[in-house]
Design a protein around this ligand. Structure first.
Ligand code: HEM
Length: 260
């Protein structure tokens, strides 16, 4: 059942992401003179950032709200962020003189974009289970780089909104989304601090979904015309209501393994 649920979510994610990608690749125009505000270079960038933030939100959602089934989406969300980032960089490289942009002194906008791309590439290349097994404990440390990647991307987006003429002309509203992304990233980083987690977990306890093995198993429905040979045990005394238990990070990894 959990596998089925995970597959359903995964299929929905892939269908949505593929549709967005197709729209970006087929609509709009990167040329400044083109009419309309739909710029595939900027739209692919914004979707890369959205998928990255969604990917970063999965662990807090699992530990604070008990959405452990969503953990299986973390890897595909990260890979979609990488795919959209590649499309964005592809459009950008096709514009103007690339060598001139990468000749020192390199603008911070490009340095941060390059850093973000380098981190996402390393994470995508080591995201397979085989790499996880080969790298052991180092894998977890390496994948913490996703937070640096998130910070580099958000700063790159803020710089782009503040300094890029393209952004100013073709999508001046993007600055608000970049600011919102900064606020979201800050929240996602703060809620991961162990001291903050310890304080917040009891507050979120009433909202947390109990895990499947925390839920009481319902009595089987009686089968008409069937008399059990063994005496039916009397129902046990009412059990005190079980409070959902906070999900430790290790168990989130376990849920991920189940969902795969
Ligand atoms: C994971 C996400 C992202 C990555 C990896 C990334 C990476 C890069 C890189 C490497 C470049 C330089 C490419 C070149 O040499 O032409 C670049 C350019 C640029 N990026 Fe990003 N970026 C990301 C997200 C964003 C976001 C969210 C925005 C703004 C909403 C943005 C706006 C821009 C702009 C305006 C340029 C210059 C484009 C041009 O005029 O050619 N990027 N990005």
């Amino acid at each position: 059942m959990r596998r089925l649920q995970a597959r359903w979510r995964m299929t929905a994610l892939h269908v949505c992401a593929t549709t967005i990608l197709l729209v970006i690749l087929t609509w709009g125009d990167v040329e400044w003179s083109a009419e309309g505000a739909f710029d595939p270079l900027i739209e692919s960038a914004k979707w890369a950032l959205r998928f990255l933030l969604l990917c970063l939100a999965i662990t807090p959602l699992a530990s604070y709200l008990g959405w452990t089934t969503a953990v299986s989406l973390r890897r595909p969300l990260g890979l979609w962020a990488f795919a959209f980032a590649l499309v964005h960089v592809g459009y950008s490289l096709a514009q103007g003189d690339v060598l001139a942009r990468w000749r020192p002194p390199i603008q911070p906008l490009f340095l941060l974009g390059g850093l973000s791309l380098a981190i996402l590439t390393v994470l995508a290349l080591t995201s397979m289970k085989s790499a996880q097994q080969r790298l052991g404990r180092a894998w977890k440390r390496l994948h913490r780089l996703v937070y640096l990647g998130g910070a580099a991307t958000v700063t790159h987006a803020l710089l782009a909104a503040a300094t890029s003429k393209r952004m100013f002309v073709r999508d001046p509203q993007a600055v608000y989304e970049a600011r919102l992304a900064l606020a979201l990233l800050a929240v996602l980083l703060i809620v991961r601090i162990p001291a903050v987690r310890r304080r917040l977990l009891p507050i979120f306890a009433p909202l947390r979904r109990p895990r499947s093995h925390d839920r009481p198993v319902p009595d089987p429905a009686p089968i008409p015309g069937f008399t059990p040979v063994l005496p039916v045990p009397s129902p046990p005394a009412a059990e005190p209501e079980r409070l959902p238990i906070p999900v430790p990070e290790d168990e989130i990894a376990e849920e991920e393994a189940i969902a795969r």
